[in-house]
Design a protein around this ligand. Structure first.
Ligand code: CAA
Ligand code: NAD
Length: 294
């Protein structure tokens, strides 16, 4: 199987921009795709802020080396508003767009027609079944279609889950393991099950915290403090939910509840979360969630 050197990332948001950055840092040629100049600009801004942070740490006190590092990484990145054009030479396509199965399936059906035969397709979905997304492509592509699940913030989190459906070939799985290692992450693999490993455990825990709040048993601040100081979590469940995005949290659990594969008690909705989402308070990205960021 060909080494992965040319990567196309669809979606320039929180996750897509991070995946672009780590692939470019690993010297891959990367095309970042989104639907508007504003979204691409947002992705560029996220990358530039994070790269400055990485460069400062790598070359402490040496501004010239910091600049050379940043320039080299940015030179590996191209921007595009056409996913179809951007995949024409891709060894790997990683999708990180909105968590909506119909939108993801439409995208992959279109890309399957124009991408090279050898291109591996991956979704960074948090919660949707990979095989349901892959089914929108040809049988030949389904052997080359896996989940490649990065964690937020991508430049800092060291794990990638490789989600392997029954159709994925050994060669493709090996290529994805090699790519994950090349971008500086540790791979783990998992069957195509709801939430894979991390979210299957993390999301029910976070929702129980929301329901503790719904039942008025403890405050947001006290729950977060308790989990940080008493359980060694880097962020409390409410800080983390605001960081991930409250819309994403809601999408995940509503989807699982509808799918019916998970114990119903674990996917009970939370009124506090639902109210915030319906008011457009989506966490850090909108300036307000469980906490206020303005
Ligand atoms: N870009 C580059 N580097 C970054 C970064 C960014 N955006 N954010 C953090 N870092 C680096 C820092 O440079 C620092 O590196 P060193 O330890 O090598 O010095 C390290 O990460 C820690 O950062 P800080 O010291 O500045 O801040 P912190 O200690 O408060 O850590 C954090 C920040 C890494 C985000 C930490 O709070 C954390 O781990 N939070 C939990 C995050 C988490 O659980 N993510 C998973 C969410 S679930 C998910 O992603 C799956 C899904 O499908 C929803
Ligand atoms: P986001 O809202 O920050 O970014 C999504 C981007 O996709 C936006 O810039 C949007 O303009 C773009 N987009 C939407 N439809 C598109 C299309 N058809 N073509 C091209 N671009 C399109 O979302 P995010 O938080 O980066 O999440 C992206 C994916 O990653 C989702 O599937 C999510 O479940 C998953 N994920 C999220 C997190 C997290 O913590 N937020 C962690 C792991 C995985």
């Amino acid at each position: 199987m060909k080494d992965i050197n040319s990567v196309t990332v669809i979606g320039a948001g929180l996750m897509g921009s991070g995946i672009v950055q780590v692939a470019a840092q690993a010297n891959c040629k990367v095309t970042m795709v989104d639907t508007s100049d504003a979204a691409l600009g947002n992705g560029e801004k996220l990358i530039s802020t994070s790269l400055k942070r990485v460069a400062r740490k790598k070359f402490d006190g040496d501004e010239q080396q910091q600049k050379a590092f940043i320039d080299k990484v940015l030179a590996n990145i191209t921007l595009s508003k056409s996913a179809e054009q951007a995949v024409s030479e891709a060894d790997l396509v990683v999708e990180a767009i909105v968590e909506n199965i119909d939108v993801k399936r439409t995208l992959f059906t279109n890309l399957d027609k124009v991408a090279p035969e050898h291109s591996i397709f991956c979704s960074n979905t948090s919660s949707l079944p990979i095989s349901d997304i892959a089914a929108a492509t040809s049988a030949a592509r389904q052997e080359k279609f896996a989940g490649l699940h990065f964690f937020n913030p991508v430049p800092a989190m060291k794990l990638v889950e490789i989600v392997r459906t029954n159709a994925v070939s050994d060669d493709v799985f090996q290529s994805l393991q090699d790519f994950t290692t090349k971008v500086g992450k540790t791979p783990v693999s998992c069957k195509d099950t709801p939430g894979f490993i991390v979210n299957r455990l993390l999301v029910p825990y976070m929702f129980e915290a929301f329901r503790v709040l719904d039942r008025k048993e403890a405050s947001i601040k006290d729950i977060d403090t308790a989990m940080k100081l008493g359980a060694g979590m880097p962020m409390g469940p409410f800080e983390l939910a605001d960081f991930v995005g409250l819309d994403t949290m809601k999408f995940i659990v509503d989807g699982w509840a509808k799918e019916g594969k998970i114990e119903p008690a674990l996917v009970q909705p939370s009124k506090s979360l639902d109210d915030l989402v319906s008011e457009g308070h989506l966490g850090r990205k909108s300036g307000k969630g469980f906490y206020d960021y303005k």
